[in-house]
Write a protein that binds this ligand. Structure first.
Ligand code: 6PG
Length: 253
């Protein structure tokens, strides 16, 4: 496993600003006709980052080069408060000048077992292929306290290695069906970036980054892009339990 880059931020605003600057740099380098594919996640931390980016970088990123995909989606209609699309649309997409055709929504309102293969085709047809799988330029991941990421949960960790681009998952606590990209697609990305904030995540962050034996039980610990980069972007609260060795490796902002 490549050693992940660890970046520790004193606030979520600094984390979001750093993320936005990175995306801006990437899109500044795109030649006309090119694109930059980003797969986004749901959750409260991603929500805060998207809002900050929309409010502060809405006009300084070349959004027309960016194609937005979803790492996962709850199987609900797009106007449901649980919808990752709705959250992303309200906090970011509505506020930026991104062409509608650059947004690839998972249709949570559809039958999940038909939408998973259908969205797999959407990804295949709109992201660059590499190593026999679609390759996202950037996959933005959240982390659950149980170690899930996207909607790959510990009790369905086999879905991480699915040969399918997308799988149907079931939230272990609520039973809610989800559509998720597989871990193989995540690990085919040029860059996978975890964005994790808050004290509540400090324990799982420490278990995963400290190399504890139990970490293989957590889907998030399996994220290790084969030929790409892995960055953990943490605020100080989420990094609070990291041991000194790892803290020394982490760059503080
Ligand atoms: C989802 C996400 C999920 C999320 C984590 C972190 O659909 O919920 O894709 O992977 O990113 O659960 O969410 P919080 O930041 O809300 O803890």
């Amino acid at each position: 496993m490549m050693k992940p880059v660890i970046k520790i931020f004193s606030s979520i605003e600094k984390l979001a600003s750093h993320s936005a600057e990175f995306i801006r740099e990437q899109t500044d380098e795109i030649l006309s006709g090119g694109s930059y594919t980003v797969a986004v996640s749901g959750g409260s931390t991603p929500r805060a980052v998207y809002k900050f980016i929309a409010d502060n970088f809405g006009n300084s990123i070349n959004w027309h080069y960016i194609k937005i995909f979803f790492c996962d989606e709850r199987c609900v209609p797009p106007d449901d408060n649980d919808s990752n699309y709705k959250m992303t649309d309200e906090t970011l997409l509505k506020k930026i000048n991104i062409p509608a055709e650059n947004i690839f929504r998972i249709k949570g309102e559809n039958d999940p077992f038909r939408e998973a293969p259908s969205y797999s085709e959407v990804i295949k047809n709109n992201a660059q292929p590499k190593n026999g799988l679609p390759q996202f330029d950037l996959v933005m991941l959240g982390l659950g306290e149980d170690g899930h990421t996207a909607s790959i949960f510990p009790d369905q960790i086999d879905k991480f290695y699915s040969k399918n681009i997308c799988e149907v998952a079931i939230h272990p606590a609520t039973g809610q069906k989800r559509i998720t990209i597989s871990g193989e697609v995540i690990n085919n990305a040029k860059l996978a970036a975890f964005i994790v904030t808050g004290e509540k995540k400090s324990r799982i962050v420490s278990k995963i980054l400290s190399g504890s034996a139990e970490k293989i039980n957590y889907p998030a610990s399996l994220v290790d892009p084969k030929k790409g980069k892995l960055i953990w972007m943490l605020d100080t609260a989420a990094a609070n339990l990291l041991d000194s060795k790892i803290m020394q490796r982490g760059k503080v902002y």
